[in-house]
Design a protein around this ligand. Structure first.
Ligand code: UD1
Ligand code: CA
Length: 456
């Protein structure tokens, strides 16, 4: 049986109070719609349709992919109308699964159960759930024998119907041919003047077609209508990721204070302290320690790397046994060799640091290639920018750079060279020699410090 998935994503999301279409609101760093599409793709559908309207261009751009047929719904005339816009691209013999762009966390297993039920009996199947406070949702109306008879929207419901706690999640599966016929018959004579997708239930029942229900856990089918709901889903999703990390052998000191906004893998016995934020693609080896309040994006850290608190790492690779921080800022293109040490208030970008080299305090290293066993003194700056162009600094193996030195690029420091503290190095320094630029120290004898009350 061929499967077509239709994702409804044309609505505005008024209650978000946002200039951005609701389905682009980020959950764990990715748009809500991206999560829905990931769930859809887990079922390997034969066709995938996304109905867009509000902010159509930005939605298309944010989630562009070759497997999506984009369908524009010019006016948001209701969920039934929205599904109708996509149906011309779906053959009658397919099964249709309808998903909502603002219901992001339904598991593939639940979606599969919904589709399987619809396929096995060739009938309309609804995904329902039970919630203690059903206000705002369409209620599932069942007969005395528990068969589903209709969905009644809150605004159109009687008092006794409002008391029903089984609600419509909005997700449903049905044979495409039948769905098409029912939707053609749906009118808009209701409180909102909209073409409700939910009205297909009563039409199916009236035509003698039984309607099935598959029940999901309430938290799995929670939707996002406002920012408070978005925040709740974010925390739930993050907790799930923390639990997955722990199951993989990672210590998470407080699962409520970890945020993973991308892909994450780590070897056993790695440790994540509190308030760590991980973005993009993060790969950690074994026994990696990330201290409190660190922010990492697109990083690859080898075994036994230690990142001390308050460090900010973006687009870096660090080999085994390196130590970073506290308060380090490592920018894209930084590569640290095994056993290297980068200390507090050090910024590095687009540079390679050799094995066991140390940059322990207050330095800026940019566009630099540094050998192994180098010691960079506190306050060393590579002057890599002349106001127009960036230039390279080369530092050989075993170099010792004294504190408060400026290396004015392009410049090369030979293997084993020593640079005296306080130097401004503008020309290449030869290997194995001491090079320094320093005004000779003098003492002015008999000089008196001015005092208050002195004339002039
Ligand atoms: C809908 C259901 C309700 C269910 C609830 C669950 C209907 C009539 N009601 O109500 O039974 O309990 O979801 O959350 O279906 N959309 C379009 N085009 C439109 C209208 C909506 O693409 O013209 C999209 C929205 O972007 C959204 C989804 O459809 O992703 C649901 O629309 P929404 O207006 O939020 O429906 P509800 O009133 O919440
Ligand atoms: Ca909704």
């Amino acid at each position: 049986m061929a499967l077509s998935i239709i994702v409804l994503a044309a609505g505005k999301g008024t209650r978000m109070r946002s200039g951005r279409p609701k389905v682009l609101a980020p959950l764990a760093g990715r748009p809500l719609l991206a999560h829905v599409l990931a769930g859809a793709r887990a079922l390997s559908p034969d066709t995938l349709h996304v109905v867009i309207g509000h902010g159509a261009d930005s939605v298309r751009q944010a989630c562009a992919a070759a497997d999506i047929s984009w369908v524009e719904q010019q006016k948001q005339l209701g969920t039934g109308h929205a599904v109708q816009q996509a149906l011309p691209g779906v053959p009658d013999e397919n099964t249709v699964l309808v998903l909502y762009g603002d219901v992001p966390l339904v598991s593939p297993a639940t979606l599969k159960a919904l589709v399987d039920e619809a396929v096995s009996q060739s009938r309309l199947t609804l995904l329902t759930t039970h919630i203690p406070d059903p206000a705002g949702y369409g209620r599932i109306v069942r007969s005395a024998s528990q068969t589903i008879e209709a969905i009644v929207e809150e605004r159109d419901a009687s008092d006794s119907q409002r008391a029903i706690t089984e609600i419509n999640t909005g997700l449903m599966a049905a044979p495409a041919g039948k769905l098409r016929a029912w939707l053609d018959a749906v009118g808009n004579n209701n409180a909102q003047g909209e073409y409700y997708l939910t009205d297909v239930v009563a039409l199916a029942v009236a035509g003698g077609d039984a309607v099935a229900g598959v029940t999901a856990a309430a938290e799995e089918v929670a939707g996002v209508n406002d920012r408070a709901q978005l925040a709740r889903l974010e925390r739930r999703y993050q907790l799930g990721q923390a639990e997955a990390a722990m199951a993989a052998g990672v210590t998470v000191l407080d699962p409520a204070r970890l945020d993973i906004r991308g892909s994450f893998s780590a070897g056993e016995d790695s440790v994540l302290d509190v308030n760590v934020v991980l973005e993009g693609d993060i790969r950690l080896g074994q026994r990696v320690q990330i201290g409190a309040h660190c922010h990492l994006r697109d990083c690859e850290l080898g075994d036994d790397v230690t990142v001390l608190p308050f460090s900010h790492l973006d687009g870096i690779k660090a080999a085994a046994g390196t130590t970073i921080g506290p308060y380090a800022r490592l920018r894209p293109g930084t590569e640290l060799g095994a056993g290297a040490r980068v200390g507090n208030f050090v910024e590095i970008k687009n540079s390679r640091v050799g094995e066991h080299s140390k940059i322990n305090h207050l330095s800026y290293i940019g566009d630099t290639t540094m050998g192994r066993d180098v010691n960079i003194g506190a306050g060393t700056i590579t002057c890599n920018y002349d106001g127009v162009n960036k230039h390279q600094t080369q530092i050989g193996d075993g170099v010792f750079v004294g504190s408060d030195t400026q290396l004015v690029a392009p410049v090369e420091i030979g293997d084993g060279a020593t640079i005296g503290a306080g130097s401004t190095i503008t020309r290449n320094a030869p290997p194995e020699q001491l090079t320094l630029t320093r005004v000779r120290q003098q003492t002015v004898r008999g000089w008196k410090r001015p005092r208050k009350g002195d004339n002039n």
